[in-house]
Design a protein around this ligand. Sequence first.
Ligand SMILES: [Zn+2]
Length: 259
Amino acid sequence: MNETVEEFLEEYTETIQSCERFAFLPRGIEYQKGAIRDLTELLEKSGEIRIEVIEQEDEEAANQVLVLRCMINALRYDLKMWIDLKKEEWGKAWDALVDAQDSARSARSAHEIAKQCNVKNYLGKLEMIEKFVFPPQTFNSPGLYVENFLCSICGEDYSECEHIAGEPYWGFFCQRVVDGVAGTREVSIVDNPEDKKARVTEHVTDDGMIRDQLTWKKREMDEEEKERYQDRSDDHLITRGIIMTADDSETDFTEYFPD
Ligand SMILES: [Zn+2]
């Protein structure tokens, strides 16, 4: 293994072990916040390590660093989720869980070193949390008319370049970047969506109120909603939800640093 990576791996293991102790509900928020700050610093360091090994022209090492970055990020979201849950920010907590899962899954496609980072067990833990902490969710999947996709690696038209979405190149994943949406074809309700943050968040009840899918709490419609749904018939189920989220939206973790 590349010496630079080997050295960083030691620091990684030490920090991950000290932070994962706090990824449980009863742990004090101040410790969880401290762990998020430590992981953020480690993530920044890993960015420098990635630059270093790219300069050494070692692509394999860069992809190994990418695995570690994915796992650092996953644990950061994991900790954030527990804080959000304690603050009763249920929707945010759900999003953090999904981000943790997505990051850990990405780790597996970056390099086989993921096997040594316990990624499989970690994903199992997150799946348990999804099942036992959150109520079952209903998901949306949008069918879009996309004008064009660009490649995140070379910036060229995705259909014409050599890169493959989801594959790592020199420590970065290739992503298909949507370049102009011409419209939405349809929105489907699905069991296994690509984006689990795109979920049904509310529905209109038989007695004309709005019910939250996570808390199951009911509330009165506001004036605008009353007007919008006044013509609904009893055999139509009206749901409201998130259709799609940007996967390049960066979470501001500084809000989760210790005070
Ligand atoms: Zn490309």
